[in-house]
Design a protein around this ligand. Structure first.
Ligand SMILES: [Zn+2]
Length: 269
C-alpha cells in the first residue's frame, strides 16, 4: 500500500483542505509513492517515536500533531527529522482537519465522555467547539470526577457551580471560554488552560475544566489506528496491533495493513 492511498483514506473523512490556514497538516515528509506496509500512529513524533517506528520497520508515521509546525532553520543531527531521513520513514500529520472532522478529535472525546452533543455553530470557536450535556454531572466536582474516571489524568477546574450546557474543545482550548459563553454554555471542558484562562473564565461565569492535552487527544489516536486497520487489513485473522502505552512515543500503535500473518510478523522481529 502506498503512502498516497493512506493519505487519501484520511482525506476522505478529515479533508486536509479544511485545516486552518496557519497550520501544517498533510504529507510532511517522504515520498507519497513509498510503500508503507506498517504504520505507527501517534500523537507526537518524538525521537523515541521514530526510533520505535524504525525498530518495528514502519514505512509511515501518522501523527495528530504536525511534525513540522514552525519554519526550520536547521535540522540537528540527533532530531526526529534526521532519524526519519535515515530510516526513510514517511510522515502524514492530520491536525486541525482531524480536530473538526465528524467523528474526529472533538467528537471522539464527547463520545468517550458519554455526552449528548452537537457541533457548535462555527461562529463560536471557529468549528473547534462541540456543545452538549452530561446527565449525571450536576456540580463541578461531579464533572471533575467524571473526567478523571474517563480520561485518567489530573483535572484542574475553577468552579463547583452547577453544570449546565457544556462546550468541549480537546487539546489547547482554554482561550475559548468566551466562545463557550457566547454559545450558551456555562462550562468548558478542554485539555490545556493557563492560569489567566482560569481567572478570566471565572470572571465571565464559565466553569473551566482542563483535563490534560494528552488525555483529551489520545482517544483519537486509538480510533484512527482502528479505522486504518478496518480499511486496510484484508483479513481479520491477520489483525495485530501493539498497544504501547508505556512507550515515550505517546501511546503509539502499530497497524499492519497487509495480510501478513501474526507468525510472519513475529518471525520478522
Ligand atoms: Zn493537540
Amino acid at each position: 500500500m502506498k503512502v498516497s492511498e493512506i493519505y487519501g483514506f484520511i482525506d476522505s473523512f478529515a479533508p486536509f483542505c479544511t485545516q486552518e490556514p496557519w497550520e501544517n497538516s498533510g504529507v510532511l515528509f517522504g515520498c507519497p509513492d513509498n510503500e508503507a506496509d506498517r504504520i505507527l500512529v501517534c500523537l507526537d513524533i518524538t525521537q523515541n517515536a521514530v526510533k520505535y517506528a524504525a525498530e518495528m520497520r514502519c514505512g509511515l508515521i501518522v501523527s495528530h500533531h504536525p511534525l513540522i509546525f514552525h519554519p526550520l532553520k536547521q535540522i540537528p543531527y540527533n532530531s526526529a527529522i534526521t532519524a526519519l531521513i535515515k530510516n526513510d520513514i514517511c510522515v502524514i500529520s492530520a491536525h486541525t482537519n482531524l480536530d473538526k472532522a465528524p467523528g474526529g478529535v472533538n467528537d471522539t472525546l464527547c463520545e468517550l465522555l458519554g455526552m449528548d452533543y452537537e457541533k457548535a455553530d462555527a461562529s463560536f470557536g471557529g468549528g473547534f467547539l462541540n456543545v452538549g450535556t452530561l446527565k449525571n454531572c450536576k456540580t463541578g466536582t461531579d464533572l471533575a470526577n467524571h473526567l478523571h474516571q474517563k480520561l485518567h489524568g489530573a483535572v484542574r477546574f475553577n468552579s463547583n457551580n452547577s453544570i449546565g450546557k457544556i462546550a468541549v474543545c480537546a487539546g489547547a482550548g482554554g482561550e475559548f471560554y468566551a466562545d463557550a459563553k457566547a454559545a450558551g454554555c456555562n462550562t468548558l471542558i478542554t485539555g490545556d488552560a493557563d492560569h489567566h484562562d482560569f481567572l478570566d473564565a471565572a470572571e465571565a461565569g464559565v466553569a473551566l475544566f482542563a483535563a490534560g492535552h494528552y488525555e483529551t487527544e489520545i482517544p483519537i489516536v486509538y480510533k484512527l489506528a482502528a479505522s486504518l486497520e478496518r480499511q486496510f487489513l484484508k483479513d481479520n485473522n491477520d489483525r495485530q496491533s501493539l498497544f504501547a502505552d508505556n512507550e515515550p512515543a505517546n501511546a503509539a500503535i502499530i497497524v499492519y495493513p497487509y495480510t501478513n500473518s501474526i507468525n510472519t510478523i513475529t518471525e520478522a522481529f
